[in-house]
Structures are given as C-alpha cells and as structure tokens.
Design a protein around this ligand. Structure first.
Ligand code: PGA
Length: 255
C-alpha cells in the first residue's frame, strides 16, 4: 500500500467557473513546495478542463465527482471514463451520499460505475459509503458499511496495481461542521478493512486499497485524525473551498 497519505478536495457544486479557476491558482501557489502527501482536487465536471490547465506543472492531481459506466453512446448528459482520463483526471468520486440522495443513485448504478472504472485501469475510484443518523442510532452502522461495500465491490476483479480508495463518510457528519470522534472513525475503518479482507484477501487489500475519512474535517479537528492506524487520508468538502484552510488540513494530516 502507498504509505503517503492522500487528501482529496471535493469542491461539489459550490463555486462558479471563475471562482474555481481562482481557487485552483491559489492551490497551485500554496502547494508549490509540498511533497509529503498526495493531494487531489475534484471540481465540478464543467471546471475540469480549466482546472487541468491551471494545475499543469504542479504536484496536485485532478479528480472528477462522477462518471458514467458506459464508454460512449446515447447517454445524454453523461461523461465517460476515457474522456476524464483524456483531460488528465486520475481519480473519480463514486457513490457520494449526496448523489445517492438527490440523484437516486442506487447500489446497482454505483456497482456498474465502480466496475467500469476498475476495468478501464485509467482512473482510481474513490468509493464513498457511510451510515445515516438513524442507522447509527439503531446500532446498524457495521451492517450498513459491510452491505454498501459488498454492493459496490462484489464480483469485481482487481488487477496489478489498480488502486481503490474507500471513503468512509458518515452521512450525519457531512457538512455539519462537526466531525465524528477519531476513535469512531478508526473503528469504522477497521470494520471496512476486515470486510475487504474477507472479499479480496489481505494481500490485495494492503496493496490495492486505501481507506480515508470524510465529514466536516477542518484545520481545528484534523489533529485528532493524524495518528490513527487505519487512516490513509481524508476527503474534505467545506474546508477545501479556501486554499489556506485546505493547506492547513493537508499539512497537519501529513505531519
Ligand atoms: P464536508 O464534506 O467536509 O463539507 O463535510 C465532505 C464530503 O461530503 O465529501
């Protein structure tokens, strides 16, 4: 498994095109001398090309927030894996809870997307999963996590060095300003790892998988997440909209 932590900025649909370009320039300046971790920026689809141009020559990598499972054809409004790869994308977020909720992405759709991305060997999928408040309150978190993993990944063959990132994002912590307790994240990551070991075997899991946390991470609370055993990085929403804040998060987690 790569030992460097990975920190992924999910800009969602928060910024206009010009605001995204301006943020990209700020990121590029801030991160010029940075070489400790792997940093990925995921802007809205329409901003990807512009972002790719701006980030050229930097260590910052580009990711998309969604992709379609077919390579081409009559799929109005969709984007293919190849076209993302063509503009320099290396990562893609899949199955984010906001898409599950607002776009009604279901298990089958997410599975098809993960399968298409893995098969293409062109992008690294960032597969999001996590329980909602009710599931947590009724002690169903572990079951929900394992179920979501199985639904997304069962039957998928992993070849060579193909990387897969699992982002544990408790839905009830996203965008609230309050992250979960680090030891709860560590526990959930352990459950995820055990389930992955069951599905793919320990060797594949340690070589091909990383498990990261997402949900209201900011420069203040990130400290608690730095030394966790099963924490390979972070998925950051709100705090990635300001270059300074995001930089602080990245610096802290990669210390
Ligand atoms: P947040 O978003 O950091 O604003 O909670 C994280 C995410 O949804 O990926």
């Amino acid at each position: 498994m790569p030992t460097k932590k990975i920190i992924i900025a999910n800009l969602k649909m928060n910024l206009s095109l010009s605001q995204t370009a301006s943020l990209a320039r700020k990121f590029k300046n801030k991160f010029t001398a940075f070489n400790k971790g792997e940093v990925v920026i995921c802007p809205a689809t329409l901003a990807l090309c512009r972002m790719a141009e701006i980030l050229k020559g930097s260590r910052l990598k580009l990711g998309a927030q969604n992709v379609f499972w077919e390579e081409n054809g009559p799929y109005t409004g969709e984007t293919s894996v190849s076209s993302l790869a063509e503009i320099g994308c290396q990562y893609v977020i899949l199955g984010h809870s906001e898409r599950r909720m607002h776009l009604l992405e279901n298990y089958e759709m997410i599975h098809k997307k993960v399968a298409a991305v893995v098969k293409s060997e062109k992008l690294t999928p960032i597969v999001c999963l996590g329980e909602n408040w009710k599931e947590r309150k009724t002690d169903r978190r572990d079951f929900v996590l394992v179920e979501q993993l199985w639904q997304a990944l069962s039957g998928i063959d992993i070849f060579g060095d193909q990387q897969i990132i699992i982002a544990y994002e408790p839905i009830w912590a996203i965008g609230t300003g309050t992250a979960i307790k680090p030891d709860e994240a560590e526990y959930a990551h352990k459950i995820i790892k055990l389930a992955l070991n069951d599905m793919f075997g320990m060797q594949v899991v340690s070589k091909n998988f990383r498990i990261i946390y997402g949900g209201s991470i900011n420069p203040k609370n990130v400290k608690g997440f730095t030394d966790l055993e099963n924490m390979d990085g972070l998925l950051v929403g709100g705090a990635s909209l300001k270059a300074e804040e995001f930089y602080k998060v990245v610096k802290e987690i990669t210390k």
